[in-house]
Write a protein that binds this ligand. Structure first.
Ligand code: ADP
Ligand code: UVW
Ligand code: MG
Length: 370
C-alpha cells in the first residue's frame, strides 16, 4: 500500500526543514529550524508530537557516493555506509545522520528512506564527471564529480517545464539552485548532463560561506606556507564565499540591504556572486547546445530579483532576457522572462520535500509489492 502521510526531513547546511505531506503533495504540518550548528535537542520529537502519526519517513542525504544511485531503505548497514561518506560533505552528512537517528528513536516501526542529492546526477557523462587526475587515484578513491542538490534540480526542472508549457522529455533546462549552498544543473530530457558541484559540495559557485572554485595551485601554495588543513576547511567551507567577501555573514538578505545602503564591500561581493553565476549558466547552456528554459530556485534564486537581473543581464546572446517588471514582482512560481525571448525564464519555489516524498512513496509502495 502507498503510504498516506510522509514525514520529510531536510537537513541543509543552514536549516533543518521538517514537513508532513499527504499524497497530493499537500503540506499538513511544517517547521524550519535555523541552525548553523547542531540540531537542537527535542526539536525533532517536538515536531513529531505536533504532526501526529506518519506512515513513512523520507530523509534528504546529501552524499550517496558511487554506491547509492537511488532512494534506499534505511537499515543499520545503510546508515553506516552513509556515515562513511561524512568526510565528503562535512557541513551536511552528520546533520542528516543526527536527524535519521532522532526520527528512528521517536518512530521505531515506521519505514525510513534515504533520498540522495547525488542520485539525480548519476547520468553525468564521463566528460562532465571526470577529473583529469591520475587514473589509479580515481579508481582507488572514487574521485569524480558527483554533483548535489539533485532533489531540488529534479523538481525545479520538471516544474519549470510544466510552467513554461514545454515537454520535459525533450527540453534543455538550466536549473539554478541558489540557497546557502548553490549549484547549477544542465538537465536535458529530465536527466542531469552537467552540474557545478563536484566530488564535494564545495566546488563551483560562490555560496553563503563556501568559496566555490579556487585555483588548486593556490591551495598547494598555502599548504606549503604552513596553512593547516583545518584552516583551509574553515576558509573554503565555513568562512569563505559571501561571508568572506561582504563582511555581513553569509545571509544574502543582510548583504543586499547593506549594498543598497551604499556599502561598497557588500556591493562588490554581490557583483562577484552574480558574475560567477552568469559564467556558470553559460557553461551549463554549452553542455546542451543552448537552453530552452532557465529556472531559478532556492532562497536567493526565488527572492533576490537583483541577483537574477545581474546574472542574466549579459545573457541575451543565449536567448535569455527578463521582463524587468515581472522579475521585480515575482512571488512564488512565476514566469519572469521577456515575452518575446526565445528562452523561458522561471522562478520556482524549491520543493525538495515534494521530491523526497515522491521517492519515498515510490520505494515503500514497491517494497510492499503494489
Ligand atoms: N528575500 C531574500 N532575498 C535574498 N536572499 C534571501 C531571501 N530569503 C532568503 N534568502 C537567502 O537564501 C539563503 C537560504 O536559502 P535556502 O534555500 O532557504 O537554504 P538552504 O540552502 O539551507 O536550504 C540564505 O543565504 C538567505 O540569505
Ligand atoms: C549540497 C548543499 O550544499 O546543500 P545546502 O544548500 O542545503 O547546504
Ligand atoms: Mg537547501
Amino acid at each position: 500500500m502507498s503510504p498516506d502521510r510522509v514525514l520529510v526531513v531536510n537537513a541543509g547546511s543552514s536549516t533543518v526543514k521538517m514537513s508532513v505531506l499527504e499524497p497530493n503533495d499537500t503540506v499538513v504540518c511544517a517547521s524550519t529550524i535555523e541552525c548553523p550548528d547542531e540540531i537542537p535537542d527535542g526539536a525533532v520529537s517536538g515536531f513529531l508530537r505536533e504532526a501526529g502519526p506518519v506512515d513513512a519517513v523520507g530523509h534528504r542525504v546529501v552524499h550517496g557516493g558511487a554506491e547509492f544511485t537511488g532512494a534506499t531503505r534505511l537499515d543499520p548497514s545503510v546508515f553506516a555506509r552513509i556515515a562513511g561518506l561524512a568526510p565528503l560533505a562535512p557541513l551536511h552528512q552528520g546533520r542528516a545522520l543526527a536527524g535519521i537517528d532522532a526520527v528512528r528513536r521517536a518512530l521505531p516501526g515506521v519505514p525510513a528512506v534515504a533520498c540522495f542529492d547525488t542520485a539525480f546526477h548519476r547520468t553525468l557523462p564521463a566528460e562532465a564527471s571526470t577529473y583529469a587526475l591520475p587514473e589509479d587515484w580515481r579508481t582507488k578513491w572514487g574521485l569524480r564529480r558527483y554533483g548535489f542538490h539533485g532533489l531540488s534540480h529534479a523538481y525545479a526542472a520538471r516544474r519549470a517545464c510544466e510552467l513554461a508549457g514545454v515537454d520535459p522529455a525533450s527540453a534543455r533546462v538550466v536549473s539554478c539552485h541558489l540557497g546557502a549552498g548553490a549549484s547549477l544543473a544542465a538537465v536535458r530530457g529530465g536527466e542531469s548532463v552537467d552540474t557545478t558541484m563536484g566530488f564535494t559540495p564545495a566546488e563551483g559557485l560562490v555560496m553563503a560561506t563556501r568559496a566555490g572554485d579556487v585555483d588548486p595551485g593556490l591551495i598547494l601554495w598555502l599548504q606549503r606556507r604552513g596553512v593547516t588543513v583545518d584552516d583551509l576547511e574553515q576558509a573554503l567551507e565555513h568562512g569563505g564565499g559571501m561571508a568572506a567577501l561582504a563582511g555581513h555573514g553569509g545571509d544574502m538578505r543582510a548583504i543586499r540591504a547593506a549594498a543598497e545602503a551604499g556599502d561598497r564591500r557588500a556591493e562588490i561581493a554581490r557583483r562577484i556572486y552574480a558574475y560567477r553565476l552568469r559564467a556558470k549558466i553559460a557553461a551549463m547552456a554549452a553542455a546542451m547546445g543552448g537552453p530552452d528554459v532557465l529556472a531559478f530556485t532556492g532562497g536567493v534564486g526565488e527572492h533576490d530579483d537583483a541577483i537574477r537581473a545581474d546574472a542574466v543581464g549579459e545573457l541575451a546572446f543565449l536567448g535569455v532576457r527578463l521582463d524587468p517588471r515581472a522579475n521585480a514582482e515575482a512571488h512564488g512560481d512565476a514566469d519572469v522572462g521577456a515575452p518575446d525571448a526565445p528562452v523561458r525564464t522561471l522562478v520556482v519555489t524549491a520543493r525538495e520535500d515534494v521530491e523526497i516524498a515522491r521517492q519515498t512513496r515510490s520505494l515503500v509502495t514497491s517494497e510492499n509489492g503494489q
